[in-house]
Design a protein around this ligand. Structure first.
Ligand code: GLN
Length: 617
């Protein structure tokens, strides 16, 4: 097993996760089996109780693990399925050690950070690295480990110490460190400054780790003299300094790193079984996607009606799934966000300007998406958005809470049950159309939901989603919810054309709804965004976008194939490396000299939100 530890310097949020995933992608393209572990030095056991306002989305894995959204990047880049144990937190490690201590496993010894916590970290990494993560089911050969935060954080210290020991335990040819640092370009001169990088590498060395690669995040490509300066002051060779400047789209990051010799470096340094003569177009799929993404002419406008719209990462996987679908059909995604609370209050709204802006954004969309969420705030606004989409024949997708609200809207406005609601929002409603599940365990907020991969059976062949899913009889998707459509009332909805075409294996849980006589009105109780991949977009999101672009019917008639013009095979692979190296991040790069749009996921056309710098594919 070869271990590559990725650490960060200067500040967080500069795309360390993307760089780590990209290195994994490159090695996978060389034929190696690659897995990934993300270490989050916070004390939470997992991301399950996180507020999307603060941390961004909670990512859900097949096994129901609620993890950091970076794991989504690894799954999407590497096309693998990870497990909850691929996300290590301080909380998990301490919990394990404390449990052992209570059992008496330490035979009366004093239990300490060194060696007990540091040993536990090393053993966790070694055992999890072996777990197969791809369809082949074979043991991985390379494990990329990303340490969250930056070097010098108090929380990260036990982990850094664990890896300091680890490099001797597994030996030099099996362990390498990539240090991702920042080279800002502040002020009017725009001179690239290496001092922060020098300082963070010095700090890293002081803790006993020497970087094998120093990857510099910067606005524009590093000049040769700056590269030499980093090499000299950071005590590495010039070939060990790499630069990831802002690029037009995230698909270019693996190409950028490969073009700087990552493969050659690790082949020697880690003695990797990569033949010397590799096919020249190793990452051709990524090149295709990058070229396609830069050249799209047509666009499709989607409005996301949500609650956590202040931080774009709150809906990271949803946005990625929309992007994948848009890319597959060769359209630029124009995504706008509406805070559903702004849709409430009518003209008497407390902020009429916001109210009008919100409705304007909603009404000018080609398609409407109401994603998952928790809590009552903004739900009435979302219900209004559903009503508008239903009545105006606008393509609509409701995910999880979005599906539940579509049911509530239909009950109120079509069945005449004006007080219909979810018991999550009104426990005493006379028409509980969405109810809590029997296994729901109130009081304890961690891990009490229906989580992870579950099977949905299609109940009829008369279903758009079934066709989009390739006419399968069932699909497995990931879940994260406590409430569900009240099975006792299903008949009432179906009589009026709102059909539950997909249900769980027992026929008790409604998983997919579709509305008759509407271009595309779909609700899913599961979260299809978690399994969408750049080269294999989620059929559910693809359906929304195709319908929004007016292409769904022709797509279905063609047997779920895109028109030859939009198909991937149409993309010519005539990219030259110059365009890869062109700095394209300028337009929206902040003037403080910190890297701007390209690598972080806020560089999307039409994305009107500030990002926190962690994007992904
Ligand atoms: N709050 C709803 C529930 O718990 C929806 C959850 C979600 O959208 N992920 O069922």
């Amino acid at each position: 097993m070869k271990y590559i530890l990725v650490t960060g310097g200067v500040i967080s949020g500069i795309g360390k996760g993307i760089i780590a995933s990209s290195v994994g992608t490159i090695l996978k393209a060389c034929g190696l089996r690659v897995t990934a572990i993300k270490i989050d030095p916070y004390i939470n056991i997992d991301a399950g109780t996180f507020s999307p306002y603060e941390h961004g989305e909670v990512f859900v894995l097949d096994d129901g693990g609620e993890v950091d959204l970076d794991l989504g990047n690894y799954e999407r880049f590497l096309d693998i399925n990870l497990y909850r144990a691929n996300n290590i937190t301080t909380g998990k490690v301490y919990q394990q050690v404390i449990t052992k201590e209570r059992r008496g496993d330490y035979l009366g010894k004093t239990v300490q950070v060194v060696p007990h916590i540091t040993d536990a970290v090393q053993e966790w990494v070694m055992s999890q690295a072996k777990v197969p993560v791809d369809a082949r089911g074979e043991e991985p050969q390379v494990c990329v480990i990303e340490l969250g935060g930056t070097i010098g954080d108090i929380e990260g210290m036990p982990f850094v110490e664990a890896f300091r020991q680890f490099q001797f335990r597994v030996q030099r040819e099996n362990f390498a460190n990539i240090h991702v640092s920042l080279v800002p370009q502040p002020g009017a001169t725009g001179e690239q400054k290496t001092k922060p990088t020098q300082n963070s590498v010095r700090e890293l060395r002081g803790l006993g780790l020497s970087p094998d690669l120093v990857v510099c995040r910067c606005e524009s490509p590093l000049s040769l003299s700056v590269k030499e300066k980093v090499a000299m002051f950071c005590h590495v060779g010039p070939e060990q300094v790499m630069c990831v400047h802002d690029v037009s789209c995230v698909y270019r990051v693996p190409l950028l790193l490969e073009s700087q010799g990552v493969v050659q470096y690790f082949r020697e340094r880690l003695n990797l079984p990569i033949p010397l003569t590799q096919p020249p177009r190793r990452l051709s799929k990524w090149r295709e996607m990058a070229n396609r993404s830069d050249r799209m002419l047509k666009s499709v406008a989607i409005t996301l009606v949500g609650k956590y719209v202040r931080l774009s990462d709150s809906y990271a996987s949803v946005v990625k799934a929309l992007e994948h679908a848009a890319l597959a059909m060769n359209h630029k995604l124009q995504l706008s966000y509406v805070d559903s609370a702004d849709l409430e209050g009518g003209v008497q709204s407390t902020d009429p300007v916001k109210y009008h802006e919100a409705w304007h954004k909603l009404c000018s969309a080609d398609g409407v998406l109401v994603p998952g969420g928790f809590g009552i705030r903004g739900t009435e606004g979302k219900i209004s958005a559903v009503e508008w989409a239903r009545k105006n024949n606008k393509p609509f997708l409701g995910v999880c809470l979005g599906m539940q609200l579509a049911v509530i809207e239909f009950a109120r406005n079509q069945l005449g049950w004006t007080d219909a609601n979810s018991t999550e929002f009104d426990p005493d409603t006379k028409h509980p159309v969405v109810v809590d599940m029997p296994e729901h365990n109130p009081g304890d907020m961690g891990g009490t939901m229906r989580l992870g991969k579950r099977t949905t059976i299609f109940k009829t062949s008369n279903s758009v989603l079934r066709q989009l899913y390739g006419n399968k009889e069932s699909v497995d998707e990931r879940h994260r919810h406590r409430y569900e459509v009240n099975p006792a009332l299903v008949g009432e909805f179906e009589r009026r054309g709102l059909r539950f075409v997909g249900q769980d294996v027992d026929g008790q849980r409604m998983e997919i709804l579709e509305l008759d006589d509407h271009p595309f009105f779909v609700g899913v109780q599961f979260h299809p965004e978690f399994t969408s991949r750049p080269m294999a977009p989620s059929p559910v999101y693809l359906g929304l976008l195709l319908s929004a672009a007016g292409k769904l019917q022709s797509f279905l008639q063609r047997g779920c194939r895109l028109s030859p013009r939009d198909d991937y095979s149409d993309v010519s692979d005539d990219d030259d490396s110059d365009s890869e190296l062109a700095a394209l991040g300028g337009a929206t790069a902040p003037s403080n000299g910190l890297p701007g749009n390209g690598l972080p996921g806020n560089g999307l056309p039409g994305n009107d939100l500030p990002g926190n710098g962690l994007g992904g594919v």
